[in-house]
Write a protein that binds this ligand. Structure first.
Ligand SMILES: Nc1ncnc2c1ncn2[C@@H]1O[C@H](COP(=O)(O)OP(=O)(O)OP(=O)(O)O)[C@@H](O)[C@H]1O
Length: 274
């Protein structure tokens, strides 16, 4: 469990990015931060692995205050996947995936073997192991990024707009892969996006943010869809626009989000999933 308690972040130039933010992020679920550009999503995410330090409040992981954990150690035990994959261009796919385990002392042979297994996990053909990032498509690069995030077998996986830079078809594939992975691995995933449809598809808990990381509403997708807390949320989820009035329906035992025309826009979490 990750807990933010009255967290504040004021950058040295005086920008107040996060203003009194409190939230519990349950383990083994996906929590999505969604909001417009500049509302503080990335700042919140980076506080979890101390790429950014809070200027006020307390942040705990399983009861341990992150400020008491050495930042480098913390970063090595938390997976981090960013937009544009952040791969090292002069290292092969397999070496990119093995980088962090190698830093933590895993032997070259073991790290290599594990990297190949992770390629299977994220649906990448092992034949690509010796390619360089530039020789992969954008979607394949993102899969390598996810494999790299999983390489130290972290309990927590932070994902910052990981599918933002790929085309909509590949994006939909990657989203489905993440849902599959999450069913298999059960990580605590914290995912940042500005896309509300992606948030509703992937999130067990969706947190809609306004400027200063103020929580406009948080809850399960169906709760937010059924009862938008205010006009801001209603407008953000498109509930006041007939064309995108989303609702939840059960189709073949699965909860799905449908738009006003009855077209399925996405799938919600597994019924009865723990
Ligand atoms: N290092 C920094 N110094 C000063 N201000 C910063 C710094 N990093 C971020 N900010 C500011 O903090 C606010 C929140 O930024 P943040 O990157 O967390 O937003 P975001 O919601 O992730 O936005 P986006 O979707 O555009 O990535 C913004 O006003 C941003 O300009």
């Amino acid at each position: 469990m990750i807990e933010f308690r009255s967290i504040e972040k004021v950058f040295p130039d005086g920008t107040r990015a996060v203003d009194d933010f409190s939230l519990v992020i349950p383990s083994r679920k996906t929590t999505v931060f969604v909001g417009s550009s500049g509302c503080g999503k990335t700042t919140l995410l980076r506080m979890i692995n101390r790429m950014v330090d809070a200027t006020g409040g307390e942040l705990e992981i399983d009861g341990e205050n992150v400020s008491s954990i050495e930042a480098v150690k913390l970063r090595r035990r938390i997976g981090y996947v960013m937009q544009n994959s952040g791969l090292l261009p002069h290292r092969t796919v397999v070496d990119n995936i093995a980088t962090v385990p190698r830093l933590t002392g895993v032997s070259k042979k073991d790290a290599h073997a594990r990297a190949l297994e992770l390629m299977d996990t994220v649906g990448l053909d092992r034949a690509m192991a010796d390619r360089y990032p530039a020789q992969l498509s954008g979607g394949q690069q993102q899969r390598v990024g996810v494999a790299r995030g999983l390489a130290v077998d972290p309990n927590i996986l932070l994902m910052d707009e990981p599918f933002g830079a790929v085309d909509p078809i590949v994006r939909a594939e990657l989203q489905q892969e993440l849902l599959r992975l999450q069913r298999e691995l059960g990580k605590t995933v914290v995912f940042v996006t500005h896309d509300i449809d992606e948030a509703f598809l992937l999130g067990d808990q969706v947190v809609i943010l306004e400027k200063g990381a103020r929580i406009a509403q948080k809850g399960a997708p169906e709760e937010i869809l059924a009862n938008p807390a205010n006009d801001f949320v209603a407008s953000f989820i498109g509930a006041d626009r007939g064309k995108r009035a989303l609702s939840i329906r059960e189709v073949d035992g699965q909860r799905v989000v449908v738009d006003a025309e009855g077209t399925v826009a996405g799938r919600l979490s597994e019924p009865g999933a723990a």
